[in-house]
Design a protein around this ligand. Structure first.
Ligand code: NAG
Ligand code: NAG
Ligand code: NAG
Ligand code: NAG
Length: 591
């Protein structure tokens, strides 16, 4: 935010005329002479200077003197060095720009220049006074006799006469001045922002006592990886007893509970007290998320800024560097929080020498590279070739597969390699130790149950029969050519093997009650996400085809042993579960 005002220029100019006259042609004119601006913003301190003769050899801005009393240039001051730039539109301009303002930057800034003449040095007094403020609502009585209160938005009067936005209980109110007068109500909180900079706002402040309606988001913005999970949290309080709370997206036409949105089905979880967890993030989840609560009387509005979520994938960008070299960048569309550690993969093999976002490679090899972020090693960027269009790559048909215990699964992949490399060896494995992988067809636990297939010379399928629960693990493919090999650290396909289980709710049931028998799996079957189920009672097939069997009211005749199966896999039923029906009646018969 660059702040300049026509009004203060005039005042300063008149004042500075006196300086010019008193200093024999030496002058520094600051416009304006005092500035109040926001923490985190950018400010420009503008000045121009004159001198009677000679050539200027050095110019700088300073706020402090060193031990010998000499001014210290801001560009030599470690507190400022990275944040200050000098820029000039014409010869006698001496504008200083400071970015990312801190409260500690509040000071008087002076410009000094030195010419090649004897004694030809000059400091422009009195300098520019810079005040740095946070947005902070301050509540003061309107007058000694009035119940009304006056709200101000900043600790100094912001330069540039900005337009203010006021939020009452999270909802924008129309008045847009500061100070702003309100009639206090114990339930009400107020927050303010600047029109040009709406994502910066003050915390909500109570006008009366401390138990008013308030929402405070933990993060203003979050950048997360596609496929990962995120927690968006806030703290809140309500003056009146709360009826409902929910999270919503600010870009939806009406604020509706996200956990009921089909786009978030099975992915959004609203956990108490106030955290929204979204799993398996998609790029379309990038939005501003807000929290709302309602009580009988008041509530929290929907215009107060929430948490902005940006979802990024990882891409390896290749740019030419020095002779024979290329620079690889693991790029994201937003800056990942917490300064992550990067992981690089060359031909499917993790490299340990680099943990930064960029990696330099030799241009003359036909290698492929991918990257990931520590803690999310399974979310790798698609591999790219450093040179040419064909390099080592393996693509699995599924990242994860869920299959039924006792059934057969096909895990498959496609692979590419430079055309002049002949493939010498292919193998599947699920164990690796210090660089050595064990071919599944050589593994005694699998020898009789695995087969490798292929349709072309660019794909491979691993078939595992008679699946056991302990087969649940990650399976990877490896191949070798005469010149190179695909590594073993790149992600493969994760297999989950599920049995079926009958679950009875409630666990103990009395005649006349309602009972539900559910056929449970630990994961959703990949080949058949919505299967038909078959129910058996004492080995006899029932007609019901639902995943749950509801008996209402239950009678003692319903007691017995139940099992379930997935249609098409009738030979793989669940273990039997006994339904016991207690009866209160003397004549009840237990089956
Ligand atoms: C890149 O690889 C080529 C071929 O092996 C080699 O001659 C060259 O020295 C390497 N360049 C660098 C910068 O490592
Ligand atoms: C490797 O496979 C992935 C997944 O299909 C694809 O996105 C990527 O472009 C491939 N890379 C190369 C270099 O062929
Ligand atoms: C690759 O295989 C083809 C056909 O088997 C053979 O003619 C060729 O010499 C092999 N190339 C190399 C580099 O081994
Ligand atoms: C499956 O459940 C639905 C309701 O949950 C019910 O309407 C339907 O009749 C059930 N199907 C069978 C075959 O029992």
């Amino acid at each position: 935010m660059a702040l300049r005002t026509a009004g203060s220029v005039l005042v300063v100019f008149l004042w500075s005329v006196a300086v010019v006259l008193g200093q024999d042609g030496w002058s520094v004119t600051y416009t304006p002479q005092s500035i109040c601006t926001l923490k985190g913003s950018t400010v420009e301190l503008t000045c121009s200077y004159t001198y009677p003769r000679g050539t200027v050899t050095s110019t700088f801005w300073f706020t402090k003197n060193d031990a010998e009393g000499n001014p210290v240039s801001l560009s030599d001051d470690p507190d400022y060095k990275a944040r200050v730039t000098y820029h000039k539109d014409n010869k006698n301009d001496c504008t200083l720009r400071i970015t990312d303002l801190r409260e500690s930057d509040a000071a008087t800034y002076k410009f000094r220049f030195i010419t090649d003449q004897t004694g030809g040095r000059f400091t422009g007094n009195p300098g520019v006074t810079l005040s740095v403020t946070d947005l902070q609502v301050q509540v003061t009585p309107y007058s000694v006799v009035s119940a009304w209160k006056t709200l101000t938005c900043a600790t100094c009067v912001l330069t540039g006469d900005p337009t203010y936005i006021w939020y009452k209980n999270g909802q924008i109110v129309t008045d847009n001045t500061s100070p702003y007068s309100v009639y206090p109500d114990a339930a009400d909180s107020y927050s303010c922002a600047l029109k040009a900079n709406e994502d910066l706002h003050s915390p909500a402040v109570c006008v009366q006592d401390q138990s008013c309606n308030r929402v405070t988001y933990i993060d203003k913005s979050i950048c997360a990886l596609k496929g990962s999970s995120v927690d968006i949290s806030c703290t809140y309080s309500s003056y009146h007893p709360i009826k409902t709370t929910f999270w919503f997206r600010s870009d939806k036409s009406a604020p509706e509970d996200l956990t009921r949105d089909p786009e978030y089905a099975g992915r959004a979880l609203d956990s108490l007290p106030s955290t929204l967890r979204i799993t398996d993030l998609r790029e379309s989840d990038s939005a501003e998320y807000k929290f709302r609560f309602n009580s009988q009387i008041s509530g929290w509005g929907y215009s107060f800024p929430g948490t902005t979520l940006s979802v990024t994938d990882l891409q390896v960008k290749v740019t030419p560097a020095a002779e024979g070299q290329k620079t690889l960048t693991c790029s994201t569309t937003c800056t990942l929080t917490d300064n992550p550690t990067y992981i690089w993969y060359k031909n499917g093999q993790r490299l340990d020498e680099s943990t930064s976002q960029q990696y330099s490679v030799n241009n003359s090899y036909s290698d492929s590279y991918s990257c990931a972020v520590k803690g999310h090693e399974d979310l790798q960027a698609p591999a790219v070739c450093v040179r040419g269009e064909s390099c080592m790559n393996v693509t699995y048909t599924h990242q994860s597969i869920c299959a039924l215990k006792g059934s057969t699964v096909d895990i498959s992949c496609f692979y590419t390699h430079p055309s002049w490399h002949n493939v010498t060896e292919v193998s599947w494995f699920n164990k690796w130790e210090s660089g050595v992988t064990k071919d599944l067809s050589q593994d005694s636990e699998y020898t009789s149950r695995v087969k490798y297939h292929r349709q072309t010379d660019k794909d491979s399928t691993l078939k595992i029969t008679d699946l056991r629960e302990r087969d649940s693990t990650e399976y990877k493919f490896r191949f070798k050519t005469v010149n190179a090999e695909w590594g073993y650290t790149f992600s493969g396909t994760t297999l989950s093997v599920t049995g079926l289980q009958v679950e009875v709710t409630p666990a103990t049931v009395t005649e006349g009650q309602r009972v539900t028998l559910a056929c449970r799996t630990i994961c959703t079957l990949t080949d058949n996400p919505n299967p038909s189920y078959i129910w058996y009672k004492k080995g006899q097939r029932l007609t019901n085809q639902n995943n749950s069997l509801i008996i209402n009211p239950v009678s003692s005749e319903d007691a017995g042993r139940y099992s379930c199966a997935v249609e098409g896999f009738e030979d793989l039923p669940s273990p039997e579960e006994t339904l016991t029906v207690k009866c209160e009646d003397f004549y009840c018969i237990l089956y």
